[in-house]
Design a protein around this ligand. Structure first.
Ligand code: DX5
Ligand code: ZN
Length: 228
């Protein structure tokens, strides 16, 4: 079974003090840092771009998991890779098989990882299911994209379980990343259903002790594994 990984989402922190957000993730022993890039078109919020990713890159070697919630992500892939993104995740809702193939060529030629993300109501399109061997990460959103601090939509759980089975059947090592509303109270359920990367914004950064919250989540998630 894939190891549980914790990916704090800095969107939940003060965007004027992201150095501190990175420091918390490093101190807390996070596995990767989740960077939500939103353009006000694909989703109703505007966050930050490659310049910010570059500024944070000098603070740590930790994997930068870059969730691109923007209308034209292919046009920015090179810029985010230059800035230091390690994993670039693209939304299936705005891609086709052929636009994915173009992006995949660009990203994989630089030995970076490609992810595909789907919103809570989106089923994985056929073109994406046929290309699972090309991605390192499937991001299954459990809130509508835009904001941190929303409640997890538990109706996504059957889809998560189904996709977990699909990945297993194909014998692939794809991280199943759950994004939205992850808290210690639901971490075990998510892992039981097949998730192994837990993105947590409020679940880390809104806690009194955000450094400690990373271990709290990891412990809660691991109980889900043990119960399986
Ligand atoms: C939503 C983002 C999420 C979000 C997670 O558009 O993709 O990564 O920031 O934050 P929480 O864990 O607070 O839902
Ligand atoms: Zn995200």
């Amino acid at each position: 079974m894939a190891a549980v990984k914790i990916a704090p989402s800095v969107l939940a922190w003060d965007l004027g003090d992201l150095d501190k957000a990175v420091e918390i993730s490093v101190k807390g022993g996070a596995d990767q840092i989740h960077l939500d890039v939103i353009d006000g078109h694909f989703a109703p919020n505007i966050t930050f771009g490659p310049g910010t990713v570059k500024a944070l890159r000098r603070l740590t070697d930790m994997k930068f998991d870059t969730h691109l919630m923007i209308d034209n992500p292919g046009a920015y892939a090179e810029k985010f890779m230059d800035a230091g993104s390690d994993l670039l995740t693209f939304h299936a809702e705005i891609l086709s098989g052929s636009s994915f193939d173009d992006i995949y060529r660009t990203v994989s030629s630089r030995k970076k990882e490609v992810g595909i993300a789907i919103k809570p109501q989106t089923e994985l399109p056929k073109w994406a299911a046929e290309r699972l061997d090309k991605i390192s990460t499937l991001v299954i959103m459990t809130v509508n994209p835009g904001f941190s601090g929303q409640k997890m939509d538990m109706s996504v759980m059957p889809k998560l379980q189904k996709l977990g089975r699909l990945v297993k059947e194909k014998g692939l090592e794809v991280d199943l990343e759950i994004d939205g509303g992850v808290e210690p109270e639901n971490a075990a359920e998510v892992v039981k259903r097949g998730g192994n990367v837990l993105v947590a914004g409020a679940g880390v950064y809104s806690k009194k002790d955000p450094v400690g919250a990373i271990s709290v989540l990891r412990r809660a998630a691991t109980e889900g594994q043990a119960a399986d």
